[in-house]
Design a protein around this ligand. Structure first.
Ligand SMILES: NC(=O)c1ccc[n+]([C@@H]2O[C@H](COP(=O)([O-])OP(=O)(O)OC[C@H]3O[C@@H](n4cnc5c(N)ncnc54)[C@H](OP(=O)(O)O)[C@@H]3O)[C@@H](O)[C@H]2O)c1
Length: 248
């Protein structure tokens, strides 16, 4: 798809910043959405990318505003939807997590379905949307594409981020079936690597916490970790932005 026009939502975020970089490096024209066009911390690192002055267009868009993504997806062949709140301990889970994740995904897809040039939408879901259903995960159990997290199970456990990703993926597939728009969902686990953005995101903060001796993540699996960096294929890591482009 090199040379084509694509959209990346939530472009100031950790994964999306790397995705924008990769797409610009591969000669795509990128229409990227951010919430705050005026905030240097959200846009300067994007504007500084190679190729940005020629092929990066920034758009203001908010997941909670219907039609907010219309201009950004117009004329695109593919949309990478990555915007979604990702942190822990929200005060108001519905307003902070569930609404932006679910209504936001439907808003983005609602904008996409109006644009006939869009062939596919890549929805950044999460392992959060598939692994958490209370079923045993003993060595004899095969976890495959039929597995989804259980919303009630997540809600009972007050696992709000997991719930937001579970409901968002469910809504995305329903919208896709109801409206005949092709989507692909990807379900990464912990994504780590160098930062392009100037602020620390939630998954990379885990590594800092390990260095600082915080114990909660000390048993974190060392496999199935995705890396965002220029060094795509190291022995333990696979590159998420590369995989996202491959499925576009
Ligand atoms: N990092 C991981 O380990 C991991 C693993 C699996 C899945 N994921 C998924 O991958 C995606 C990106 O994650 P990330 O780690 O890159 O997170 P991130 O750095 O926190 O980026 C999240 C992005 O979503 C945007 N956003 C949040 N609420 C919004 C709203 N109401 N309107 C518009 N934009 C909004 C943020 O905009 P602001 O910058 O303005 O806040 C930010 O650009 C998310 O969907 C996440 O669930 C991440």
């Amino acid at each position: 798809m090199s040379g084509k026009v694509v959209c990346v939502t939530g472009a100031s975020g950790y994964i999306a910043s790397w995705l924008v970089k990769l797409l610009l490096d591969r000669a795509y024209t990128v229409k990227a959405t951010v919430r705050d066009l005026g905030g240097p911390k959200k846009t300067e690192h994007l504007r500084a990318l190679d190729g940005a002055s020629e092929r990066l267009q920034l758009f203001k868009a908010n997941l909670l505003e219907e039609g907010s993504f219309d201009a950004a997806v117009d004329g695109c062949e593919c949309v990478f939807h990555t915007a979604s709140p990702f942190y822990y301990a929200p005060v108001d889970p519905q307003a902070e997590f569930i609404d932006p994740a679910v209504k936001g995904t439907l808003n983005v897809l609602g904008s996409c379905v109006k644009i006939s040039s869009i062939k596919r939408v890549v929805v950044t879901s999460s392992v959060a949307a598939v692994l958490f259903n209370g079923r045993p995960r003993t060595p004899d159990v095969i976890v495959d594409e039929t597995w989804f997290s259980d919303a009630e199970f997540c809600e009972r456990g007050k696992m709000w981020y997991l719930l937001s990703k579970t409901l968002a993926e469910e809504s995305a597939w329903k919208f896709s079936k109801d409206n005949g728009i092709e989507i692909v969902t990807i379900n990464p686990s912990m994504v780590i690597g160098p930062l392009l953005q100037p602020t620390l995101n939630t998954s990379c903060a885990v590594i800092l916490n390990l260095i600082n001796g915080y114990s909660f993540w000390s048993k974190m699996s060392k496999t199935n970790i995705f890396e965002c960096s220029d060094h795509w294929h190291t022995s333990l890591h696979s590159s998420l932005p590369q995989q996202m482009e491959d499925i576009a």
